[in-house]
Design a protein. Structure first.
Lengths: 199, 292
């Protein structure tokens, strides 16, 4: 009898402790345990390497955040996208903070149909580019850097220095469809080349 | 949404849930897709006569595949008379005797990096025989765009639709080193001129070694008592001749004239390049006194 009673009491105690823990706590405990397993695994790899030194290098990243978008255009009606409009093209550059970079845009003169049968003039004025060096990626925002600069001759003193060590290049432009421009889909390439000039 | 309101959850449980979400957010942070470009590292690839192979790590942190092409160009920092630096990439007709264009190969040259994936690109140098000691240069050009380029479709028969493909190129320096390496820099001239509330510093440098001089240009504006008014520093890479400009703000304060500009050039202290990849050379120190 006594033995049976002790067994029953122990079982009861176990159930009580378990039921006292809130479900959220159990989930946290599970996630924490998994995180610790992953962390300990990473530590184990470090220990296996032994003494090592490493230089932390920030990779250079060029991102086309938004394409220059003219949308649908009509025959004989030129259409422009301002550099400070929401439809402006945006490139962001991220890298080692404070590093000088050289940037160069290759811009098309025409947009072509996929078959190459027809083409449409695209133009960029000497004020169709802006460069922000404070981490702003919104072309409609308050840009700090170069506003209304020449996209064919970008400044030589651009640095990667903004928030998160990033700079952004904004691009406007205009298309000039002729009155007899063939209907269809027109494409062209805009190429941004970026290089560190301090390595 | 309702289950998270404090009205339905007791205070103790509310705290538990708050903690749970904080942990969840912390655990999920590394998974956030911050950038959508292709990450290229390191910033310079070094090959040598002892190790003719090198590698470049490309990462695609976005949720779409990226089409990547690898090519080579030649381009070193060059400056105008005002000290503005540009890199002009040349694919052909390179006359610089230090060009490594044409004898460094990449494997693979075209690839598609899957979403959130990475790829190693390897480089092998096959230099010509009897290469003189020193360093030879080229640029690895990593070109990327979205994996699937969609061509716009005209919605109606008489409409014109447009699409501009935004293509990104990252030009990373690759260097091949052979024989005895010497890093030596000469300061030809230095000028400091006051313009409004800025001091413009211009240094004229010549590379007298057989490797590129990679270092730091530091300038310090001090008053007659040596009290610091302002300072600035930039990374420096001198391949042949180079002029570099720098501005120092002339801050308001109780400073005694005449002011001086201290120029220091060193190739120690570059944190972005591993020490074993540096070729150390001479340091330069120069002080100029401002006339007004």
């Amino acid at each position: 009898m006594n033995l049976r009673l002790e067994k029953g009491m122990k079982t009861h105690k176990k159930r009580k402790i378990s039921s006292l823990l809130p479900t959220g706590f159990k989930v946290i405990a599970l996630i924490f345990s998994l995180a610790m397993i992953m962390f300990s695994s990473a530590l184990a790899q470090d220990v296996a390497v032994g003494q090592a030194t490493a230089t932390v290098q920030t990779p250079l990243t060029v991102t086309a955040t938004a394409a220059l978008a003219f949308g649908t255009v009509f025959q004989g009606v030129p259409k422009s996208v301002a550099v400070n409009s929401a439809n402006a093209g945006v490139f962001t550059i991220t890298g080692q903070a404070g590093t000088g970079i050289s940037v160069y845009l290759q811009l098309p003169d025409y947009m072509s149909t996929s078959s190459g049968d027809d083409r449409m003039v695209i133009a960029f004025s000497s004020t169709d580019c802006s460069i922000d060096t404070t981490g702003i990626v919104d072309p409609t925002g308050a840009i700090v850097g170069w506003v209304g600069t020449n996209p064919y001759s970008l400044p030589a003193t651009v640095t990667v220095s903004g928030a998160g060590a990033s700079s952004a290049i904004f691009l406007g432009g205009s298309v000039n469809p002729s009155v007899d421009q063939a209907a269809g889909a027109y494409t062209a390439d805009i190429i941004l080349t970026v290089a560190y000039n301090g390595t | 949404m309702k289950m998270f309101t404090s009205l339905e959850i007791p205070a103790s449980r509310n705290k538990t849930w708050r903690g749970f979400f904080i942990i969840l957010v912390l655990l999920a942070l590394p998974l956030v897709d911050v950038l959508a470009g292709v990450l290229v590292a390191p910033s310079v690839v070094i090959l040598s006569d002892k190790n003719r192979t090198g590698r470049l790590n490309l990462q695609n942190p976005s949720n779409t595949p990226k089409e990547v092409g690898i090519s080579f160009s030649f381009g070193i920092p060059e400056s105008d008379s005002l000290g503005n630096v540009n890199i002009h990439l040349q694919d052909s007709a390179v006359t610089d005797p230090r060009s490594a264009l044409g004898w460094i190969k990449a494997f693979p040259r075209k690839l598609i990096i899957p979403a959130n994936g990475s790829q190693i690109v390897r480089f092998v140098a096959n230099p010509p025989k009897n290469l003189t000691d020193g360093e030879y240069w080229a640029r690895i050009v990593v070109e990327s765009q979205e994996g699937a380029t969609s061509i716009p479709m005209a919605t109606k028969g008489d409409k014109i639709t447009t699409k501009l493909n935004m293509i990104m190129r990252t030009a990373v320096m690759i260097k091949y080193r052979t024989g005895d390496l010497v890093a030596a820099l000469k300061l030809n001239d230095a000028q400091a001129k006051k313009k409004d509330s800025l001091i413009n510093v211009l240094v004229d440098l010549s590379n007298e070694g057989n490797v590129s001089y990679i270092g730091l240009l530091k300038c310090r504006l001090v008053d007659a008592d040596g009290k610091e008014i302002s300072k600035n520093k930039i990374q420096l890479a001198v391949y042949h001749d180079l002029k570099r400009s720098m501005t120092l703000p002339l801050k308001e304060g109780n400073y005694k004239k005449p002011y001086k500009v201290e120029v220091t050039i060193t190739n120690k202290g570059r944190k972005d390049i591993p020490v074993d990849e540096m070729v150390f050379g001479n340091d330069i120190s120069y002080t100029m006194t401002l006339n007004n």
